[in-house]
Ligand binder design. Structure first.
Ligand code: XMP
Length: 324
């Protein structure tokens, strides 16, 4: 299809005119569609030896996600270094409960880890790495333009912001003129597996903004279990691809329950599912009651630490997609 070819051609032309013949590129992978498409595109154009990808396990990923995604990256032929920084992140997040403070801390740590990785594992390329690749999309461009125009910034989204200036890197953003669906199509043309392309968007700060308040390993583990059950149920019922984003939110609220013959006092878990085109506005997804009933049973039966499940019936606006 000529439209696909045009998108690919334009991206290729942009990369070739932006990145010099001898320059290397650092590519921060998040496990999401955008950064994976960018990394695959750059690798196709510049070759794997000039595109150094880094994927950080910040301890804030979904169940088994780091290993699964690392494997997928390798299968795609990406030149990727996996960094396990779970301890560093969880230790640094101790005591923080304000969403923006959590985001800021996570952003700082990403920068620190990238710097360390360049110094340690990529030291022989240090002088050649001149660019940082980012999977910035068109809606991100609009959002940051409108927020830098003096209006209120609702959330600080760009988790690797600050890295390019600090490390003297220039930005290469080959999908900044595209919407999410166009990036997905480009990814398909580049041969990324459908299962990967259709993944829901996932925020840079990961589960840290879905465990409301202070983040601990215990809470994250509860969340990961519930989230896994929820996502698997959506796939089983063929609902996953009808939804833009679905996830659990662990509330810092305990309520009384009765399980077996005992009284419990455990956390509330909220389920969120929305449809959207670009994440700027969103509608809550109208599940059948049957699905809600069974998912609530599954979660409360299998996840210790949760005795009540609620479903979020708020669109964006007035709410945002994430709770923090
Ligand atoms: P909100 O919650 O603002 O989210 O309606 C819109 C989209 O952006 C994602 N999101 C983030 N992505 N860093 C990210 O990389 C963040 O801090 C962040 N906060 C929200 C959210 O998941 C949704 O897709």
């Amino acid at each position: 299809n000529w439209q696909h070819e045009q998108v690919l051609h334009a991206a290729e032309k942009y990369v070739r005119t932006t990145v010099g013949d001898k320059d290397h590129v650092l590519c921060a992978l998040s496990g999401g569609v955008d950064s994976s498409v960018v990394a695959t595109l750059l690798t196709k154009i510049l070759g794997a030896d000039r595109v150094h990808c880094v994927f950080v396990n910040n301890g804030l990923l979904r169940l088994n996600e780091f290993d699964t995604v690392m494997q997928a990256y390798k299968t795609l032929g990406l030149n990727v270094i996996g960094v396990d920084a779970e301890e560093t992140f969880l230790t640094a997040l101790k005591g923080l409960s304000d969403p923006e403070k959590k985001r800021k801390k996570i952003g700082e740590l990403f920068i620190q880890i990238f710097e360390e990785t360049i110094k340690k594992q990529l030291s022989s390329y240090q002088d050649k790495i001149k660019f940082l690749a980012q999977g910035t999309l068109y809606p991100d461009v609009i959002e940051s333009v409108s927020s830098s125009g003096g209006s209120v910034t609702i959330k600080s989204h760009h988790n690797v912001g600050g890295l390019p200036e600090k490390m003297n890197l220039k930005l290469v953003e080959p999908v900044r003129n595209l919407f999410k669906d166009e990036v997905r199509r480009l990814g398909e043309d580049l041969g990324l597996p459908h299962e990967f392309i259709s993944r829901h968007p996932f925020p840079g700060p990961g589960l840290a903004i879905r465990v409301l308040g202070e983040v601990t390993k215990e809470k994250l583990d509860v969340m990961r279990k519930a989230d896994d059950i929820y996502i698997k149920a959506l796939r089983r019922e063929n609902l996953y691809e009808k939804i833009w984003q679905a996830f659990c939110v662990l509330l810092p609220v305990q309520t009384v329950g009765v399980q077996g013959d005992g009284r419990t006092y455990e956390n509330v878990l909220a389920l969120r599912a929305v449809t959207s085109v670009d994440g700027m506005t969103a509608d809550w997804y109208d599940f059948e009651t049957k699905f809600l009933k069974s998912i609530s049973n599954e979660i409360t039966n299998q996840v210790r630490g949760v005795n009540r499940v609620v479903y979020d019936i708020t669109s964006k606006p007035p709410a945002t997609i994430e709770w923090e």
